[in-house]
Design a protein around this ligand. Structure first.
Ligand SMILES: [Zn+2]
Length: 63
């Protein structure tokens, strides 16, 4: 299981998929949703909404 590059927390599949979608499709290191929100200067809630959105439109990265 992948871990957050910054805080070391174990990542959920959704967090890895979100990182692929928003940051780098070729990524090998990932950030958890909290560290990603901080990096992107958005709230965690905004990123959670994005995950919901990608799932709703049927993105294959979010089963
Ligand atoms: Zn983190």
């Amino acid at each position: 299981m992948e871990k957050c590059e910054k805080c070391g927390r174990q990542l959920k599949a959704d967090e890895i998929s979100l990182y692929f979608k928003l940051v780098d499709r070729e990524a090998k290191n990932f950030l958890c949703i909290d560290c990603l929100a901080e990096k992107m200067k958005v709230t965690r809630e905004m990123l959670e909404k994005k995950i919901e959105y990608f799932r709703e439109i049927g993105c294959t990265l979010f089963p």
